[in-house]
Design a protein around this ligand. Sequence first.
Ligand code: SF4
Length: 310
Amino acid sequence: MKNKITSEERRKLVEERLPYFYKMMESCRLCPRKCGVNRLKGEKGFCRTTDKIKIASWAQHHGEEPPITGQNGSGAIFPSCCTLACKFCQNFPFSQLDNGVFMTPQELAKKYDYIAKKGVHNINFVTPTHVLPMLLDAWLNAKPETQKLPLVYNCSGYETDEVLDLLDGIIDIYLPDIKYSNNKPAGQLSSCGNYVEENRRTLKKMFEQVGLLQIDENTDLATKGMIIRHLILPNDLAGSKDSLKWIRSELGADINVSIMCQYFPAYKVHGDPVLGREITADEYMPVLELVEELGFNNVLAQDPTDRGGA
Ligand code: SF4
């Protein structure tokens, strides 16, 4: 694990590595699906995206975990489309139905600057994997004050080693999901039949890179590290207990875990006999009890009355 770098050093890294990120879209391998399409020539793979970035929103976001949100919020950038296809996605209007507006990197840089000026504590790339080259290109075009903010990589936890190696030193804080511990529901609900092995490799690699969450004692804000998010699904379709046991045994007791109970039926699961309801206290409490039993030291747990979304 390396020390935090300056914004000038980060800028240099992005400049050096950006051509490699773009090159990866020539026979696309930006995510573990490795579709092999030439996105530079307008072809589309599973994520329905060429080399043009579409943005659904940019916002001063107050719904992330407290060390990311702080007082002034996180500067969240929400690209359209996704490398997964979750039937219950809460962001489906842009992740699955692809709503958004096309922007050049220069236009997008102005959105980064706009939210940075509002005093946000970081720039937060939400579900960024499929559009990383353009997100980083935009970052290079942002103002020096914007480039001083920590970069948060907020993702599904489905990444390749190649991308993570290229992000080494660029990203300060990883905010990945651990969505499933079994590939059967991962395939059925998110069209991602190899999620578990790819996700676990991703989490280990991120942890090697940035380590435990570091908090500035004056501001209580995260400056580096990772928080793993887990969303509990009805009927234990997420396999919460196995995932928590895996995290504890592979990444230790001090890793930050964020346990989320905000699930509500959205997109394709309205009226679904299994997924068409919120989770119950009888599903949430045993997960929290296990977290305690396993001895995790850094746990963020949502208030069951909070269905607002993180
Ligand atoms: S980023 Fe998109 S096109 Fe590239 S491998 Fe992943 S799903 Fe396929």
